[in-house]
Design a binder for this molecule. Structure first.
Ligand code: MG
Length: 160
């Protein structure tokens, strides 16, 4: 039987004024942005945790500590390339990734295809292996109030 593994990732960042909103590597014009040590790309962070989880390699906090100045303002897509390389060193390729962003506003639909392209390029796969969805939480909870955004991701990887 082939060595197929699944992983799950979840991340949250607070929305604040004076920060860029970067999701899936797309700079989205908005009145607020996500707060974090890196570029705070909550979608890419969830995807990285899903990949690391599938490979049994822990989480992004272990690989890219937020106490390390090297990662201040880091481009999360670059970190995703690094995670993909870690998997490749162990013989894994990415099968597919499916992710959901939880955000009340702004409307993310116009940006989804670019996010897919960016994630796919960083992982070295075709965009049809990467799915990105966005949903509101109907005004409920911290995403509904606009205090923050969250993202979930699952990833399937295979050792070839
Ligand atoms: Mg994060």
């Amino acid at each position: 039987m082939s060595d197929v593994r699944v992983g799950h990732g979840y991340d949250v960042h607070r929305l604040v004024e004076g920060r860029k909103l970067i999701l899936g590597g797309v700079d989205i014009p908005w009145e607020k942005g996500l707060l974090g040590h890196s570029d705070a790309d909550v979608l890419v962070h969830a995807v990285m945790d899903a990949l690391l989880g599938a490979a049994g390699l822990g989480d992004i906090g272990q690989h890219f500590p937020d106490t390390d100045p090297a990662y201040a303002g880091a481009d999360s897509l670059g970190l995703l390339e690094h995670v993909t390389a870690l998997l490749r060193e162990r013989g894994y390729v990415v099968g597919n990734v499916d992710a959901t962003i939880l955000a009340q506003r702004p409307k993310l639909a116009p940006h989804i295809s670019k996010m897919r392209e960016n994630l796919a390029r960083a992982m070295g796969v075709d965009p049809d292996r990467v799915n990105v969805k966005a949903t509101t939480e109907e005004g409920l909870s911290f995403t509904g109030s606009g205090e923050g955004m969250a993202a979930h991701a699952v990833a399937l990887i295979e050792r070839i």
